[in-house]
Write a protein that binds this ligand. Structure first.
Ligand code: HEC
Ligand code: HEC
Ligand code: HEC
Ligand code: HEC
Length: 229
């Protein structure tokens, strides 16, 4: 009987995870080493946090899951994009070693630079955007990340880590539809026509067709993925 219940639970868990797609492949895999203190079988990231909290309004839990699994339209974010991740556990290493203490230190996609000199669409009247993101443990907000719009023509939105509803990742929060810049302004472009130039990331009705191509650091333009822009 026990085995049967186990199988049913495993199938139920499988379905639950299938619906929120795969975990970012370069995220640290769950090991008992890590998850004995925080995180679940899926990932060492909270929920739950080290104190057992599971609510997204708890700072240590916050918006981990939407970043790790990706939302309906954005790619998955690696742990290391936001903070240092210890690779092992032990006295003087983790959780009490140097660098411990919820150290938020951005890297990777969060630091993507845009309007780079020498690139095809370089605009010398605008500054090169060099994101220097910060996380405030007081206000729990993330400022100046590439991901939320600190790029050429973007809105540089400041999201709050512990507000997890659709209010902060709605279409138009990180960049306009279209962005308010010389390339797009005054051309009658609507969300239904983005695909003329930004296919195959986006489709004719403004639906994100491939979430793994969006918020990656690369600009999808004229059917190509451009890594420096
Ligand atoms: C989008 C940015 C982001 C990503 C991606 C991210 N984290 Fe975090 N993480 C945070 C923030 C913000 C906090 C809260 C910091 C604070 O409270 O000062 C945090 C806190 C934590 C904590 C502290 C828990 C506690 O009890 O204090 C752990 C553990 C953690 N993250 C693990 C991970 C792991 C493992 C991954 C990847 C599987 C990951 N995080 C991915 C931003 C991120
Ligand atoms: C013995 C319990 C324990 C184990 C095991 C453990 N952690 Fe932690 N971890 C903590 C605590 C407690 C915090 C919160 C630290 C703080 O608030 O000062 C934390 C925080 C973190 C953070 C947030 C950044 C930081 O340094 O504070 C990350 C990332 C993290 N852990 C990843 C891991 C990973 C990956 C593993 C497995 C290799 C792991 N932890 C194993 C207790 C543990
Ligand atoms: C969390 C911030 C964020 C939100 C919300 C967001 N975008 Fe984006 N978008 C970006 C970033 C960052 C880029 C720059 C290129 C990249 O990294 O993919 C971008 C680029 C684009 C592009 C250019 C093609 C590409 O992917 O490079 C289109 C078209 C686009 N977004 C449409 C949308 C639509 C439609 C929505 C609403 C469903 C939306 N975006 C919501 C961050 C966002
Ligand atoms: C007629 C072609 C065309 C259409 C239609 C178009 N774009 Fe673009 N888009 C471009 C070009 C060219 C660039 C690169 C220009 C640059 O970097 O200055 C670009 C760049 C972008 C960027 C990167 C930031 C920026 O402003 O350079 C975003 C975000 C973006 N487009 C979103 C959109 C969205 C959303 C739509 C639909 C509402 C859209 N675009 C429709 C041609 C187009």
């Amino acid at each position: 009987m026990k085995t049967h219940i186990g199988i049913v639970l495993a199938i139920a868990a499988g379905l639950a995870f299938a619906s929120c797609s795969k975990l970012q492949s370069d995220n640290v895999l769950a090991t008992t080493n890590c998850t004995s203190c925080h995180g679940s079988a899926a990932s060492p990231a909270p929920p739950p946090d080290a104190a057992g909290n599971t609510s997204t309004s708890t700072p240590a839990v916050g918006a981990h899951l939407v970043h790790l699994y990706g939302s309906a339209f954005a790619s998955k974010v690696a742990c290391s994009s936001c903070h240092i991740v210890p690779q092992s556990v032990g006295p003087g290493i983790h959780p009490d070693g140097p660098g411990s203490g919820n150290l938020i230190m951005f890297s990777g996609v969060a630091l993507t630079q845009t309007n780079m000199p020498g690139t095809r669409f370089y605009d010398s009247t605008l500054a090169t955007v060099v994101p220097q993101p910060t996380f405030s443990t007081q206000t729990l907000t993330c400022k100046n990340t590439y991901c939320h719009g600190n790029f050429k023509g973007g809105n540089n939105f400041t999201p709050t880590w512990t507000v997890v509803n659709t209010s902060q990742d709605s279409c138009g929060s990180c960049h306009g539809l279209p962005p308010n810049d010389a390339t797009h302004r005054g051309k009658g472009i609507t969300v239904q026509t983005c695909y003329y130039c930004h296919s195959p990331m986006i489709g004719p009705d403004g639906t994100i067709l491939d979430d793994s191509m969006h918020v990656t650091g690369n600009l999808v333009l004229y059917g190509r993925s451009i890594s420096a822009w």
